[in-house]
Design a protein around this ligand. Sequence first.
Ligand SMILES: O=C(O)CCC(=O)C(=O)O
Ligand SMILES: [Fe+2]
Length: 226
Amino acid sequence: MSDENTPTDRLPLQYLLPTGLEDRGGHSVLAWPAGLGPFGQMQDMTLNESVSSVLCVPGVLSAAECDAVSAAGKALPPIDGRVELGEDTYRVSHIAWIEATEAQHWLYHKLGALFRQVNARYGFDLVGMFDALQYTEYGPGQHFDWHMDIGRGQTSLRKLSMTIQLTDSGDYDGGDLELVGLGANPQARHQGTAVFFPSYMGHRVTPVTRGQRRSLVAWASGAPFR
Ligand SMILES: O=C(O)CCC(=O)C(=O)O
Ligand SMILES: [Fe+2]
């Protein structure tokens, strides 16, 4: 997977940013390192062609494992996942946090191994999961509007998002996971399929029109982007 990342290239820069402002007799003057100027510079850079790519991995969980995860999620007290932004009801769903109790170690190990494998493509600096696993249920009319998974507080550490389809695709209509500019991937509807994407990519879940869609969402995190 890592060969998708182009090796280091030597690229021409239109403009080299100043390293800082120097105070010269009360005037601020743009400053560059000795021997360098703003124009006509070259820069070594490793490109990453995966910064906006989405990866669909089928068969991550068996049907029995999906059912076990659903049962674990249903056994927890449901949290109203509603998010209101201004006039809009942004997210309507029920969620529950599946913590890393001993009974769930197998699941965390499974996802941990997958995150490591998949990250060969993205090359993010990942440490672990600060968030518990999110079990999500969408009934008829429920949805999650366009959003990114990174935000304030602990969510600023999220880098790689993963969502696993727990429901059989025939059990519901609507409820498609869509990524900005890419739409929905029909493969992503298959039970046990995982979809990986960078946490800064906009995405949504369209309203469910029949039945119920269940998903398991996880985030691999690390030091904030810089
Ligand atoms: O249910 C899903 O597949 C994705 C949910 C989601 O985007 C989220 O919880 O951040
Ligand atoms: Fe999300």
